[in-house]
Ligand binder design. Structure first.
Ligand SMILES: Cc1cc2nc3c(=O)[nH]c(=O)nc-3n(C[C@H](O)[C@H](O)[C@H](O)COP(=O)(O)OP(=O)(O)OC[C@H]3O[C@@H](n4cnc5c(N)ncnc54)[C@H](O)[C@@H]3O)c2cc1C
Length: 600
């Protein structure tokens, strides 16, 4: 593959993507489909029948299921073959996280913490010896991993931790002292990735720390936390008291820990988005099945418009999440392949590949974690009083969904990161925002065209709208950068509004591109409900972007400049032919009702 075909991270904003160039779930290979089936079967057999035990905080069951997942190879999907893994690509990694997610958030979290942040720092940054020693054990499930970054005083400000690492006099080991908090898998892990500060270093350093309960080496655990959701995911504090770690267990170089932590989280973010997808599918399926059965006023409640809205919106958000997640996952996979072909080691290639799409990873984390929450909330509403009962699955789904907005970087932090990283990329010349932003400014000064465009072709108006929404981002973010320069980072409300615009553009564009690609190859008729979903998603995106754009412009522009930008906003968010969203929702809901499940 030639590099020029593949957009760089963040470039989606200023370059057009052809639908043929996006990867969609309909492009899964035979191998990927087999993996998907295997994971779904595992979930149906090992997880779902035991939901009550997970809700009753049966941590041993989580550990037992993790061992079974290891035996089936699920823990090793992303691990290179050289270290005992299956060495499958990034899409397969996301697919595994996706389809494992709907059983229970408890298992999904244990799985994600182990395969992602618990294993990845070693595969990405470990020396050959470290990889040979630890990765095969983690890949098989002989050992489980945990990731110890957060401390009582260091959450979002992760580099401010107080845990220390002191070199011994003979220079052979470090002694770690400190307290970590909210550590997933702490109760059953055998290895911890621990971040600590050496002397007065500006940045923390990463270490691989073995944890043997029979020989605890100064490590003690707090009690299990009592949590709102993911109840059988082990979450404990971890205390280090003169824990001796050989110098050869330092990860990468001294002071490189913050970078390791952030890169592991970048990967974690897209995987977390994937790990919210099958939850949404299952919630939608359960919702429609209940709605088709439950009668009130002698009518199945799925016949009511009020319920159809919910079914349509739930299906649409799941479909949009799938579209964007797999688009980005394949971009990452392709970027890794390009780097490997250019002579980079797999390790370097993977690191750079994921780093490249850090903006998309943050976008996905925010969007999909909020969608699964809304989906579960509407799921409860469809079930009515029964939705509020512990005896039905919606209640736990709702509680489990809540954590996704908090961990792997809160959604506030990820919103600000997405825009911050984009601005940085522009400054480094990796994404040319300046040229397109200037072109938008010139367009604003010019006289708009009054021609009536021909929008007869599928998605022609929607694709034009996406172009205009990108101009909106450039106008708003460009104006804000001009006004505040480097001080923009102090204007968080503005950054968050800009992030919302960015997120909606990526999600809407991905949904349209997937549907366009499928309409071209499978025929428009077969994709009728999907076309409705793409149009419905875009309609909402336009609304959000209009609101966020307006709020931003009013906050930083005044007088003529404000008037001009508000006029631009109006122009950039105007439909020539408004979609009838009531019709769109009815079509989507009828499809879901007829199939009695999420069927896309
Ligand atoms: C169940 C669970 C499992 C977890 N698992 C792990 C794990 O395995 N390993 C690990 O290391 N950590 C783990 N965490 C920790 C998690 O990553 C943190 O909770 C998260 O990063 C937020 O940190 P905090 O809780 O200290 O919140 P804070 O950082 O105190 O944030 C509180 C609020 O302030 C906002 N905020 C903070 N800073 C800013 C800012 N600069 N600008 C604007 N808003 C801001 C946040 O968005 C949030 O809304 C887990 C947490 C939970 C609840």
């Amino acid at each position: 593959m030639e590099e020029k075909e593949l957009l760089r991270g963040g470039q989606f904003l200023v370059k057009e993507t052809n639908c043929e160039d996006v990867f969609t779930p309909e492009d899964f290979s035979e191998e990927q489909n087999m993996m998907k089936e295997a994971v779904m079967e595992f979930n149906d057999r090992e997880i779902i029948p035991h939901k009550a035990r997970f809700e009753a905080k049966d941590y041993a069951l989580t550990e037992e299921c993790m061992q079974k997942a290891g035996e089936l190879g699920f823990l090793s999907v992303a691990v290179p073959e050289a270290y005992g893994g299956l060495g499958m690509g990034f899409v397969s990694t996301c697919l595994t996280c996706d389809y494992i997610s709907s059983g229970t958030g408890s298992f999904s979290t244990a799985f994600g913490a182990h395969t992602g942040i618990g294993t990845l720092p070693i595969t990405l940054y470990g020396t050959e010896e470290q990889k040979q020693k630890y990765v095969p054990k983690l890949a098989s499930g002989e050992w489980f991993g945990a990731y110890c970054l957060t401390e009582p005083g260091a959450g979002s400000d992760a580099n401010s931790g107080k845990t220390t690492a002191t070199l011994s006099e003979d220079g052979k080991s470090y002694k770690i002292n400190g307290q970590k908090m909210w550590i997933s898998n702490a109760g059953f892990c055998r290895l911890m990735i621990v971040f600590a500060r050496i002397e007065d270093d500006k940045n923390i350093t990463g270490f691989i720390v073995e944890y043997d309960k029979d020989n605890p080496n100064g490590i003690t655990l707090g009690e299990e936390e009592h949590k709102l959701g993911i109840r059988a995911s082990s979450t404990r504090q971890v205390f280090f008291n003169d824990t001796v770690v050989p110098v050869e267990n330092m990860l990468s170089e001294r002071g490189n820990g913050f970078k390791i932590a952030m890169n592991a989280l970048n990967v974690g973010r897209i995987k977390l988005a994937a790990a919210c997808l099958d939850s949404q599918r299952r919630i939608t399926t359960l919702g429609v099945q209940y709605a088709n059965e439950r009668k009130q006023f002698k009518t199945p409640i799925s016949e009511f418009g009020a319920i159809k809205v919910k079914l349509a919106e739930m299906a649409t958000s799941a479909y949009a999440g799938e579209s964007a997640t797999y688009r980005a996952a394949k971009n990452i996979e392709d970027r890794i392949a390009i780097r490997e072909a250019a002579g980079n080691s797999h390790q370097e290639a993977e690191l750079k590949g994921v780093e490249e799409y850090a903006i998309e990873c943050s976008i996905l984390k925010v969007a999909v974690s909020e969608d699964v929450q809304n989906c579960a909330d509407e799921g409860i509403q469809i079930y009515g009083g029964m939705g509020f009962s512990e005896d039905t699955p919606m209640e736990a789904a709702w509680r489990d969904a809540r954590i996704a907005r908090i961990y792997e970087g809160t959604n506030e932090i990820n919103r600000m990161l997405s825009v911050g990283m984009l601005v940085k990329k522009a400054m480094k010349g990796h994404v040319d925002l300046l040229g397109p932003a200037q072109a938008v400014q010139e367009e604003l000064m010019g006289i708009p065209s009054f021609d009536t465009p021909d929008y007869s072709e599928l998605f022609s108006e929607e694709k034009e709208m996406i172009k205009k929404l990108k101009k909106t981002f450039l106008m708003v973010a460009g104006g804000a950068v001009q006004k505040f320069g480097p001080q923009l980072e102090d204007h968080q409300q503005l950054l968050i509004a800009a992030a919302d615009i960015l997120i909606e553009i990526y999600m809407a564009e991905s949904t349209i591109l997937r549907t366009e690609k499928n309409a071209k190859r499978f025929g428009e008729e077969s994709q009728s409900a999907q076309i409705a979903m793409a149009k419905l998603y875009l309609y909402h995106a336009v609304d959000i972007i209009e609101e966020k754009g307006k709020e931003s412009i009013i906050s930083f522009a005044e007088g003529d400049e404000q008037r001009m930008m508000l006029m631009g906003l109006k122009r950039f968010t105007k439909y020539t032919n408004y979609p009838d969203i009531v019709d769109l929702r009815n079509e989507i809901a009828e499809k879901v009702k007829a199939e009695n499940k999420y069927c896309f």
